[in-house]
Design a protein around this ligand. Structure first.
Ligand code: HEM
Length: 543
């Protein structure tokens, strides 16, 4: 190579690098005016401090020290935002939701794992899917589902009763709640029974769903390249590379995806066939044609051409629903059960309310169950203080001005009411900090107090205009991508809790720590072991 072409290569390589360094480390950035923590490392920024499973204290410090609009550093000087100001959240999840979208990494990972479901689609495709799915998550449909919820919860109660009939036992309640959540979404969502809640009956699919997140976690760093990798070659070529790469973690994810895909395709085909063969065949299936997928298939066949979804998008909803329903609700049930174990007075009060209602009405119908005041207060307070999903991440598809409800004092001392957020900025919407905001919930915001829901909420809550779909909370988010299953999970929590709290007394057994992100329990000192919630369980007196 002569010296001229060598210098051309060097200039070609160094110009973009110098530009990158200048832009990320030297030039002024519109977000630099905002308060925020110093970066921990020049290349990792604050990423490890924010996105690690034990980051509770760091998140609390961010909210308390820097306020509700915070700038932090991502990888290689990338400025990002941490937000829990209600007006700003309203702009992000509702008003300008098509500019603040899911990140490419989130979408591409979900597309690979679940196919074309709600968690991997955007814009018009996502809106069409929601339009078709919303009716099957309505209160009316939940009402019809109650018998299935109660039957499965009763099976759970009987399984635990058999274990403790001779005296108190330590039981891993997370395992039982996960199995119950899977069976519930299986029967009422897919019209398929995964697990009769009998000992040792875990099937391949439930194992695959359970192992999915840990397996994805192992591929977290190389997966950052996924949005680019999916553009290389054909689908066949990419499949060939995945199948033949000698990397254990990737193989594990690939096997899980294959198992989930095989099962959902099989259930989907048999549903379609049953529908084509008429109503008698449908009612012979699990769920008797009342499950979410059967209704969705029927509605899709009857829909106008422009609203109809292709089979791939119906199929894509199946594993999406199972995944979105399982660890979230079992985590919420685990947290409630542990909190009740730590608050014996509240546990006794709840048991009394349930027994009283049952002695007056016999079996509880939908309205009785959802309107039990103390049960409702316990669920709301637990979902406020301990949201199972602690944050979501969005990214700006173009430059946009983000307004604040509460002014922020800039680093130059000026009062700011808005900031220009450049395109491709990631934003962490902190569900945790929003639900624990002292300015809104009062000085006792960090305390678990179900009683706060039994009297009128303070004006600060009503005036805050939190953009959440549920109870002035961000637990299920808000806007066009809010949790579609929030009524489903409410009913599940209430059906399960009403039966188990009536029958059993729960006491703490080991010290429990919770992971962040999708919150799960672990035993303190055994953080490397699998997730679990051991509790002492005994028959409640007079049960
Ligand atoms: C306590 C339990 C639950 C919590 C805390 C929860 C929370 C959430 C949150 C925060 C989101 C937004 C995620 C994002 O935008 O990145 C979400 C989305 C979603 N949830 Fe839930 N969820 C729960 C239970 C369920 C259940 C039981 C189902 C289904 C039966 C479900 C189905 C979904 C689906 C399909 C989405 C994606 C919605 C979309 O993008 O349009 N979730 N959930």
């Amino acid at each position: 190579m002569d010296s001229l072409s060598l210098s051309t290569v060097l200039v070609g390589a160094f110009t973009p690098l110098c530009w990158f360094i200048w832009k990320r480390y030297v030039a002024k950035h519109p977000l630099d005016i905002l308060p925020g923590p110093p970066r921990e490392s020049w290349w990792k920024g604050n990423v490890v401090q924010i996105f690690n499973p034990n980051a509770w204290a760091f998140h609390q410090m961010l909210a308390e020290k820097y306020g509700s609009i915070v700038k932090f550093h991502g990888f290689f000087g990338h400025r990002q935002l941490y937000v829990f100001d209600p007006k700003a959240m309203h702009h992000i999840v509702v008003k300008d939701q098509y500019i603040y979208e899911e990140t490419d990494l989130f979408l591409e990972t979900n597309k690979l794992v679940f196919g074309d479901g709600l968690l991997s689609s955007l814009g018009e495709q996502h809106r069409k899917q929601r339009k078709m799915l919303n009716p099957v998550f309505s209160t009316n449909h939940m009402r019809q589902m109650l018998p299935v919820f109660l039957e499965i919860s009763t099976t759970l109660r009987d399984a635990i009763a058999a274990k403790v009939k001779d005296g108190a036992q330590e039981i891993n309640m997370l395992e039982w709640f996960s199995r119950t959540a899977l069976e519930l979404v299986g029967q009422s969502g897919l019209g398929y029974s995964f697990d009769g809640l009998k000992e040792d009956s875990e099937n391949q699919y439930s194992r695959a769903v359970k192992n999915l997140l840990p397996a994805l976690f192992k591929t977290a760093i190389p997966r950052q390249l996924l949005p680019w990798a999916v553009k290389i070659g054909t689908l066949g070529f990419r499949r060939f590379i995945i199948k033949n790469t000698p990397w254990k973690a990737l193989k594990e994810v690939d096997d899980i995806v294959d198992t989930m895909d095989k099962m959902t395709t099989q259930v989907f085909r048999s549903k379609k066939e049953a529908l084509e063969n008429g109503d008698d065949t449908v009612t012979e299936q699990v769920g008797q044609g009342k499950d979410i997928m059967s209704i969705l298939l029927k509605a899709n066949m009857a829909a106008a051409e422009e609203d109809r979804l292709p089979d791939s998008e119906l199929l894509g909803q199946m594993s999406t629903l199972v995944f979105a329903a399982m660890d979230t609700t079992s985590g919420a049930l685990s947290r409630t059960c542990l909190t009740l174990a730590q608050h014996p007075d509240a546990q006794a009060r709840l048991r009394e309310e349930i027994r009283q209602a049952r002695s007056e009405k016999g079996s509880l119908d939908y309205d009785d169950l959802v309107n039990l005041p103390y049960l409702d207060a316990v669920c709301r307070e637990t979902l406020r203080l301990y949201p199972p999903v602690t944050f979501v991440v969005r990214t700006t598809r173009k430059d946009i001005v983000l307004p604040f409800g509460t002014p922020v004092k800039g680093t130059d001392g000026r009062e700011m009411h808005e900031v220009l957020v450049p395109r491709d900025t990631n934003i962490v919407v902190s569900i945790l900090a929003a639900n624990r905001n002292r300015d809104i919930w009062g000085d006792d915001a960090l305390e678990w107090k179900p009683e706060r829901w039994l009297s009128p909420l303070p004006q600060s809550v009503l005036k805050a205009q939190i953009p959440g779909v549920y109870s002035h909370l961000m637990t299920f988010l808000g806007g066009g991508r809010a949790c579609i299953g929030f009524k489903f999970s409410q009913l599940e929590m209430k059906a399960v809790l009403s039966l188990i709290v009536e029958s059993f007394n729960f006491k703490p057994s080991k010290e429990i720590v919770w992971t962040m992100g999708l919150s799960s329990p672990k035993v303190k000192g055994l953080e490397d072991a699998t997730v679990q919630l051991p509790l002492m369980v005994e028959l409640a007196q007079d049960a």
